[in-house]
Design a protein around this ligand. Structure first.
Ligand code: PLP
Length: 416
């Protein structure tokens, strides 16, 4: 069969909805400055879909530094991978400061979170090693684990009994192979908002020997007394062997970093294929990163403001009887019952008639019959945004239970 014929027949789990959903549910275009309110389909909406946790994306000091760095350096410099010709003092300064911020002795600045996470797993593991990872880890971890040539076990999400069972299996294997064990979790799981049970994982060190890699994309900047993330929040930052976060959320930028022991960072620096064979981060991202980190350190009120909004939103939703699952972070999932068709019509109603833009998660990502509307509060939302949203949610939830959305299908739900 011709490869392209097969692709044209089966566009993939999301791609098959492109005709009716693209531009609205999938690949929507949000216009205007990144803020609490943006423009969607020509109308103002309150946006709860952007991980601009601390509001840095459009912070005036950040915008000024980004623009000046663009003017001073352009978008190309430095050329080449850091290893070959793309390293600068600024790259080194940023990784040192990031490591200090998360209380680790050394750091490593990398290009993009996804590719860096994937290839760090590849670099850390040999065929003899066993990787044990949370079943709900982000795709970048799953893809990294896929590259591993040795044994890999997924433990049930945040389930310490399941982790222990898998550690027992892993231990039996490494006793024979002479390898080691790497456990991987997230600091905060981005869909449900629950923190990874880092304390529980570390407790298992009393019985099993392993190293711990934590992807703290949603915890960095939002959790812990200083914003150092889920490890700080749970009092176990010291026990995280390899700390990772992307700049795609609290830092409102591009890039990512690892932090840990100096010799391990050095090893990653020399062995991560995604970095050795890819271009280094351009200067505006690095200089802009330094500015963002400075604001994280010097303006704790941004995190306080984020939590004021997150708490008002989560308390308000709970008071109105909504089920927020198990969130222990700013990520706010609203769990409802309904079909995919109902979910799409409800989101359509929210966006079009109530001016609320949030993300929707449905089957097959979650079980059939469940709908999750996911809201991401930020420091730039207002209490008025929260109030408007709470009222809208009450109304659409009433319509959902009254069956208002039960007629009509996916195509009908689309706004042309
Ligand atoms: C948990 C997690 N890890 C990694 C990434 C990928 O990071 P990046 O966007 O820098 O590639 C994301 C998304 O941004 C994420 O949510």
């Amino acid at each position: 069969m011709d490869l392209f014929d097969r692709i044209r027949e089966n566009a993939g789990p999301l791609g098959k909805y492109a005709d009716v959903a693209e531009g609205y549910y999938i690949f929507p275009k949000l216009e205007g400055d990144i803020a609490n309110r943006m423009i969607f389909n020509g109308k103002e909406v309150i946006v709860w879909s952007v991980n601009n946790y601390l509001g840095l994306a459009n912070h005036p000091e950040v915008r000024a530094v980004d623009a000046a760095a663009g003017a001073d350096w352009g978008m190309a410099y430095p050329m080449g991978s850091r290893m070959m010709s793309g390293n600068t003092n600024y790259h080194c300064e940023l990784e040192d400061k990031l490591a200090a911020f998360v209380d680790k002795p050394a750091g490593l600045l990398v290009n993009f979170g996804y590719q860096a996470m994937t290839s760090s797993i590849d670099a850390l593991l040999s065929r003899k090693d066993v990787v044990v990872y949370d079943a709900e880890c982000h795709a970048c971890i799953v893809d990294g684990v896929r590259m591993h040539l040795g044994h890999r076990f997924a433990f049930d999400h945040n389930d310490m009994a399941s982790l222990e069972k898998n550690l027992r299996r892993a231990q039996a294997l490494v006793e024979k192979s002479g390898g080691g064990i790497l456990v991987i979790s997230e600091g905060v799981f981005g869909m449900g908002g629950e923190q990874g049970d880092l304390k529980g994982i570390i407790k298992l060190r009393e019985k099993y020997s392993f190293r711990l890699l934590v992807d703290d994309a949603h915890g960095f900047g939002t959790l812990g007394a200083t914003g150092a993330g889920a490890g700080e929040e749970q009092g176990v930052q010291d026990e995280i062997d390899v700390y990772f976060s992307t700049f795609a959320k609290s830092m409102a930028g591009i890039g990512a970093f690892f932090a840990g022991e100096p010799d391990i960072m050095q090893y990653l620096k020399y062995n991560m294929r995604s970095q050795i064979f890819a271009k280094s981060l351009p200067m505006p991202f690095v200089i802009g990163g330094l500015k963002r980190l400075e604001l994280l350190k010097t303006h704790p009120e941004l995190k306080d403001r984020l939590w004021t909004i997150a708490t008002a939103l989560q308390d308000g939703l709970r008071d109105r009887g909504f089920n927020l699952g198990h969130t222990t972070s700013c990520v706010t999932p609203v769990v409802l019952k309904g079909s995919v068709d109902e979910a799409t019509q409800m989101v359509n109603d929210l966006r079009n008639n109530y001016g609320i833009f949030c993300s929707i998660v449905v089957y097959p990502v979650i079980p059939k019959g469940m709908i999750i509307l996911r809201l991401i509060p930020t420091a730039v939302h207002t209490l008025e945004d929260v109030e408007v949203t709470l009222n809208a949610f009450s109304e659409v939830a009433d319509k959902l239970s009254a069956g208002t959305y039960s007629e009509g299908g996916f195509a009908e739900a689309r706004i042309a």
